[in-house]
Ligand binder design. Sequence first.
Ligand code: ZN
Length: 111
Amino acid sequence: MYGDGAESGHTFLFALNRRYIVDATVGGNAARWINHSCTPNCQAVIVHHADGNPRRDRIVIEALRDIAPGEELTYNYGIVLDVRHTTRLKKLWACHCGSPACTGTLLQPKY
Ligand SMILES: [Zn+2]
């Protein structure tokens, strides 16, 4: 869950849990370059540390299917803003993943 999305439509932030956000611009690894897709071949999974310390939780990228050599890795960013998803914000967070099932925005339906 992101806040107001910082009005950029671009992010290296990943909400790890209710307390911590990973900022991949600070010591992030190559996973920060994985793009969003509406029909992703991977998923981001939060692995909670056994000691219960939320600071030690980790994000792992898991394949959802077999991936061909050279194929781009993607996952659904699952971005849900605290504010209403207006047409303007959907456009700001426009998706160009090229999937036939593309929703046109990175913003996900609120539940
Ligand atoms: Zn898309």
